[in-house]
Ligand binder design. Sequence first.
Ligand SMILES: Cc1cc2nc3c(=O)[nH]c(=O)nc-3n(C[C@H](O)[C@H](O)[C@H](O)COP(=O)(O)OP(=O)(O)OC[C@H]3O[C@@H](n4cnc5c(N)ncnc54)[C@H](O)[C@@H]3O)c2cc1C
Length: 144
Amino acid sequence: MQREFAAFHAPVPALLALTRDDQLLWNDILDLKPLAHLAYGRTLLLGDAGHATTPNMGQGAGMAVEDAAVLAQCLAETTDLPAAFRRFEQRRLPRTTRIVRTSWQLGRVGQLENPLVVMLRNTVMRYLPAAVSRSQMAWLYETV
Ligand SMILES: Cc1cc2nc3c(=O)[nH]c(=O)nc-3n(C[C@H](O)[C@H](O)[C@H](O)COP(=O)(O)OP(=O)(O)OC[C@H]3O[C@@H](n4cnc5c(N)ncnc54)[C@H](O)[C@@H]3O)c2cc1C
């Protein structure tokens, strides 16, 4: 950690130097392969239960909040619970699946180890115009 963050600004290197090994937390990252369904009759999976994702896009909590908003709308449209849950699944599954898949792919690219490929990735990322990366992610900011 001290080696990786040596060039960071203060107080990052100093904090790492003061951190003992027994103070470090190691938690594995767990995600779910995209599920075919979120609605199962009167049972609905939402938030991480339905689409736990890798952290590469920082979207786990965002999706959970979106789920809550869409669920409220679906429940306002009908008193038929399974129908509301099916509607929720219809509205949410394409977006949550896309985010889970994209996040997983970004993670793979981010964790490449072959030095040549890493150099190529870093160069491409450095010179990629901001407008291109913004337009690639525009769908993320569309309303749900
Ligand atoms: C280190 C870290 C950083 C993250 N950073 C981001 C970020 O920057 N942006 C982002 O969008 N997301 C981030 N996330 C992901 C985000 O925290 C989760 O996607 C989000 O909390 C999922 O919300 P949830 O309500 O589905 O589940 P949770 O927040 O896990 O809530 C589930 C709740 O259910 C409770 N529970 C479990 N079992 C039972 C039971 N049997 N009975 C009663 N209660 C129970 C749990 O105690 C918990 O309170 C991060 C996650 C981690 C771990």
